[in-house]
Write a protein that binds this ligand. Structure first.
Ligand SMILES: Nc1nc2c(ncn2[C@@H]2O[C@H](COP(=O)(O)OP(=O)(O)OP(=O)(O)O)[C@@H](O)[C@H]2O)c(=O)[nH]1
Ligand SMILES: [Mg+2]
Length: 329
């Protein structure tokens, strides 16, 4: 059994083992996460997304350095929904991260679809908790591309950076609406390569038109160049200011609560689905039922209701209704 106490004490090997178990959907995963949960909540989770090649990994590298300069422990999850590989190399190699690999206070992990039996976003969410309990004060999630799974993953970040570049076809109109909406900070990277003014104006105009930014955090737009080392200190300051703002305004608590509510229902859905399949499979007459359905002598709609009723009935009889849900008082 993997020891959560060793994770809390900051044992790197234990953290790695637990993450592997989560990725493989191993036995005891749920219990382990349940034990880990009380030790989480201390990390600032920073999401980095945006167009391919915009400099997400380079900026991640910068953020690691900034956090380390403040002596903070850092975790990095590099997520690539297009890659089947996980558990180590991959993106971690692409990022110039070898130097960090020797740092005891930097933990880097790549995840591909292999670690996604329950969905890559879900696996990422679980890994964030492990790194949080492991003592990472800053956790950076870098994703490749701007698809739906990236959006799902970014919902688990407290502060999301959307990285764009000037003059390389990154026109605001062509960028998926969802991506623009999840941004807490817009980063126009590679400012050394082109004029950022047009892009900044476009984004500001878009923000002006959206009523959702009045009276709350309006995403700042910051031009950066990793090559020339410009805008990077400003970026780091903005990341910290966003955290401060969301904590003080109560937005943080609100989004954490929302996230946790979703998590409870998603976990329950998963369990119910498994139990329903079990119930369906345990039907001794299943072969006959399937034949009947195929011959149009039964219909899937009534059978679905029947399955639910049978399931509820049986579980009520077998388990009784547990009442220790903490909802009293
Ligand atoms: N000129 C210039 N090049 C940069 C800058 N930042 C990153 N690059 C270069 O752009 C290329 C892509 O950078 P990455 O950091 O790998 O970009 P990415 O967004 O992580 O790329 P993917 O993960 O493949 O989508 C590399 O060759 C970097 O050296 C910058 O500010 N200016
Ligand atoms: Mg990258």
């Amino acid at each position: 059994m993997l020891e959560v106490s060793k994770l809390i004490q900051g044992e790197k090997r234990t953290a790695a083992k637990i993450i592997t178990l989560i990725e493989n959907n191993g036995v005891g995963k749920q219990e382990l996460l349940s034990e880990i949960y009380p030790h989480t909540g201390g990390a600032h989770v920073i999401g980095v997304t945006g167009s391919p090649g915009a400099g997400k990994s380079s900026l991640t590298d910068v953020l690691i350095k900034m956090a380390r300069a403040e002596n903070r422990k850092v975790g990095v999850i590099a997520v690539d929904p297009t890659s089947p590989i996980s558990g180590g190399a991959l993106l971690g190699d692409r990022i110039r991260m070898q130097e960090h690999a020797l740092d005891q206070n930097v933990f880097i992990r790549s995840m591909g679809t292999r670690g996604s039996l329950g969905g890559l976003a879900r696996a990422t969410r679980d890994v964030v908790k492990v790194l949080d309990a492991y003592g990472c004060e800053v956790i950076i999630i870098e994703t490749v591309g701007v698809g739906q799974s990236e959006l799902d993953i970014m919902h688990h970040a407290d502060t999301t950076l959307v990285v764009l570049t000037p003059g390389t076809g990154d026109h605001i109109q062509t960028i998926k609406a969802g991506i623009m909406e999840i941004a807490n900070i817009f980063v126009i990277n590679k400012a050394d390569l082109g004029n950022t003014k047009k892009m900044i104006t476009d984004i500001e105009q878009m923000l002006d038109m959206s009523p959702r930014y009045t009276g709350c955090w309006r995403p700042p737009v910051v031009p950066t160049s990793v090559v020339n080392d410009t805008g990077l200190d400003e970026l780091w300051a903005l990341v910290k200011r966003h955290l401060e703002h969301t904590r003080q305004s109560g937005e943080m608590l609100e989004s954490v609560r929302k996230r946790l509510g979703t998590e409870v229902v998603e976990l329950a859905e998963e369990e119910l689905r498994r139990m329903l399949w079990e119930q369906f499979g345990n039907n001794g007459n299943m072969g006959t039922l399937l034949d009947k359905l195929a011959r149009r002598e039964a219909d899937p709609y009534k059978e679905a209701s029947r399955l639910v009723l049978r399931f509820l009935h049986q579980n009520q009889n077998e388990r009784g209704i547990e009442n220790d849900t903490g909802q009293t008082g």
